[in-house]
Design a protein around this ligand. Structure first.
Ligand code: ZN
Length: 289
């Protein structure tokens, strides 16, 4: 039980900070608590709403509340909002001009992030299966984790302030904009159709993780840990997955990479593999006869 359940309301009205997390009885936050600046009410299994009168709130953690369906639009001073794992939350308030940190991950009904969150610097929105886009107006965003968003097909090229981007396992994501020149960390592993990532301009991109991105050949030799892709290509070829190999070498991105003047090694690899492919054909025909 939390203080809201046990204390008289007169004892609480002056509070600026309140933690009523993990209370199985709490169904509502009293609207009289207008002085609250920090409220933690995560893991409250019966909490269905946050009163709109709490306009002084700067920090709100209402994550893991299974009955919470909305967050009021009046919390204009909010700087930090954690509403992850709220299965009924279908939308986020738009009028949060001071919000700098937000986690709305694992909200299965959430369809969009308001384009008005202009101060937002850190945005976690992982595993939101209905989220199809990220607003291009988040001009202060330095960190984004949108991993596991199955409907996300693009990250806006306007988000040029990004320094760290995690977008693993986004099956519709085909490219990472080359305008992200301030990126220092990119984690895009498991993006099955991702075909291009930004070049490591001026060495800002210190670290990339891109395993299981079979269509990502561009600039591959610039990223040391990209080599598994080339190894995988050779493995496809050697294990007889000829169709995959031939489809892959026909892509423009692969040929731009392989015929780049600096990629002599890559050109040799391709010639070698083509020679091997040629040598395999008669052997297969003989077997067919
Ligand atoms: Zn309680």
């Amino acid at each position: 039980m939390c203080r809201i359940c046990t204390d008289p309301i007169e004892a609480l009205v002056g509070l600026t900070k309140l933690d009523c997390s993990f209370c199985p009885h709490l169904t509502a936050i009293p609207a009289e608590l207008v002085h609250l600046r920090e409220l933690s009410c995560f893991h409250c299994s019966r909490l269905a709403s946050i009163p709109g009168a709490l306009t002084e709130l700067v920090r709100l953690d209402c994550s893991y509340c299974p009955l919470l369906a909305s967050i009021p639009d009046t919390l204009v001073r909010l700087a930090t909002l954690d509403c992850a794992e709220c299965p009924l939350l279908a939308s986020l308030p738009g009028a949060l001009p001071l919000l700098v940190w937000m986690d709305c991950s694992d909200c299965p009904l959430l369809v969009s992030i308001p384009c008005t969150l202009v101060a937002l610097a850190v945005l976690y929105c992982c595993s939101c299966p209905r989220l199809a886009s990220i607003p291009d107006t988040l001009a202060c965003l330095t960190f984004l984790d949108c991993s596991g968003c199955r409907r996300l097909s693009a990250i806006p090229c306007q988000l040029t302030t990004l320094k760290e981007l995690h977008c693993t396992h986004c099956p519709l994501l085909a490219s990472i904009p080359s305008t992200f020149t301030r990126l220092t960390l990119l984690n895009c592993s498991g993006c099955r159709i991702l075909a291009s990532i930004p070049p490591p301009i001026h060495g800002t991109l210190r670290y990339t993780l891109h395993y299981n991105c079979p269509w990502l050949p561009e600039n591959a030799s610039d990223y040391p840990n990209h080599m598994p892709s080339l190894l995988r290509l050779q493995r496809w070829f050697r294990t007889g997955k000829k169709q995959v190999f031939t489809r892959w070498i026909r892509t423009r991105a692969f040929n731009e990479w392989i015929f780049h003047p600096d990629r002599i090694g890559g050109k040799l690899v391709k010639r070698h593999m083509e020679a091997e492919l040629g040598a395999m054909r008669p052997a297969k025909q003989q077997r067919a006869q």
